[in-house]
Ligand binder design. Structure first.
Ligand code: NAD
Ligand code: UDP
Length: 319
């Protein structure tokens, strides 16, 4: 099968989004080299891809320089802790991965003359004063709070990518990914969807942080992956928002999950997270215009698929 991206390298390829991206690329005819140190994932996440002859995995910490001999057309740089629970636990590592790691991944792309795509985040907008968030918004970020290790690492990454593009003519793209969910998330990673599904299935109280009036816009992982590949296959530098523009309160998301799981769990309010963004919703006009991309999977469908995956994991049933 011929592919728009014959050979891809995916840093963070064993993680939640990365494993879906590797699978999508392999199914569409790309050869894929996955680079990961498994700090927030495990080899089991990509075990199902072992049957693809064009899939190779290197265990490597991207904060150390990397040379690979295989040619490569696109470097997707996803390596980074992404769940608040993970980056609170790994603050210095997260900063180093976003800075040294991004530089090493950019150098790797340069050596191969490959296009480079940074998986950035809606967190660059911080607790936004502009709503919905467009790519032109510069953000409202606390540079010294606990979330800063992630937010500022990504902002630095965006600056570095932009400098490589300006100064060295590197072919780069920045995707600003909004909250993504789906099968393959770790039950214990602490993010909203796996936390609520795990609690609902176990009949435990669903821990809503703060009032629950804060909002998020949830994008199904298959949609996010399509957006990343469309951006990589385009010549667009970004930044481009990749997310679902349907905005819901955290309380409403808890209720959706409780209904889909037929759970009797109650909602319990716990302390709000420090510097928690109060509203988050992408303006995806740019992605629609330059990538002809928009999400296709409804929240109910996506949550159903995710709940089913977690149920199968809990009961040990075949997936
Ligand atoms: P994840 O934690 O599941 O995956 C991250 C992967 O990167 C893991 O496999 C981890 O082991 C690897 N990694 C971390 N540091 C590394 C290092 N120094 N060297 C090599 N590998 C390293 O997270 P995810 O949800 O899959 O997120 C993937 C990317 O997408 C991240 O860059 C994240 O910032 C971005 N993103 C994700 C979301 C989301 O909602 N999932 C939203 C915005 C941005
Ligand atoms: N949240 C919650 N309970 C949880 C986990 C998360 O109420 O068990 C809230 C959190 O306070 C935030 C939103 O859900 O307002 C999204 O949190 P998540 O960690 O999924 O990602 P974030 O968007 O903050 O990076």
């Amino acid at each position: 099968m011929s592919s728009a991206i014959p050979r891809a390298l995916v840093t963070g390829g064993a993680g939640f989004v990365g494993s879906h991206l590797c699978e999508y690329l392999l199914r569409n005819g790309s050869a894929v080299l996955c680079v990961d140190n498994f700090v927030t994932s495990s080899p089991a996440n990509i075990a199902h891809l072992a049957g693809f002859p064009e899939f190779r995995v290197i265990e490597h910490d991207i904060t150390e320089p990397l040379l690979v001999t295989e040619p490569c057309d696109v470097v997707f740089h996803l390596a980074s802790a992404a769940s608040p629970r993970d980056y609170f636990r790994l603050p210095i590592e997260t900063l180093r991965t976003g800075s040294h790691g991004t530089e090493n991944a950019l150098d790797l792309a340069s050596v191969h003359g490959a296009r480079f795509l940074l998986a950035s985040t809606s967190e660059v907008y911080g607790d936004p004063h502009e709503h919905p968030q467009r790519e032109t918004y510069w953000g409202h970020v606390n540079p010294i709070g606990p979330r800063s290790v992630y937010d500022e690492a990504k902002r630095y990454g965006e600056a570095l990518v932009s400098a490589y593009r300006r100064e060295r003519g590197a072919d780069t793209a920045i995707a600003r990914i909004f909250n993504t969910y789906g099968p393959g998330m770790r039950a214990g990673d602490g993010r909203l969807v796996p936390a609520f599904i795990g609690q609902a299935l176990a009949g435990k109280p669903m821990t809503v942080e703060g009032s629950g009036e804060q909002t998020r816009s949830l994008c199904y992982v298959g949609d996010t992956v399509r957006g990343l590949v469309a951006l990589a296959a385009s010549g667009h530098p970004g930044p481009v928002n990749i997310g679902n523009p349907r905005e819901l309160s955290v309380l409403r998301i808890a209720e959706e999950i409780r209904a889909l799981t037929d759970s009797r769990s109650t909602v319990t309010h716990v302390d709000a997270a420090t510097d928690d963004p109060q509203r988050r919703c992408p303006d995806i006009t740019l992605a629609e215009q330059v990538l002809s991309w928009r999400p296709e999977v409804s929240l109910t469908d996506g949550l159903r698929r995710t709940v089913k995956w977690f149920q199968q994991r809990f009961t040990g049933a075949a997936e």
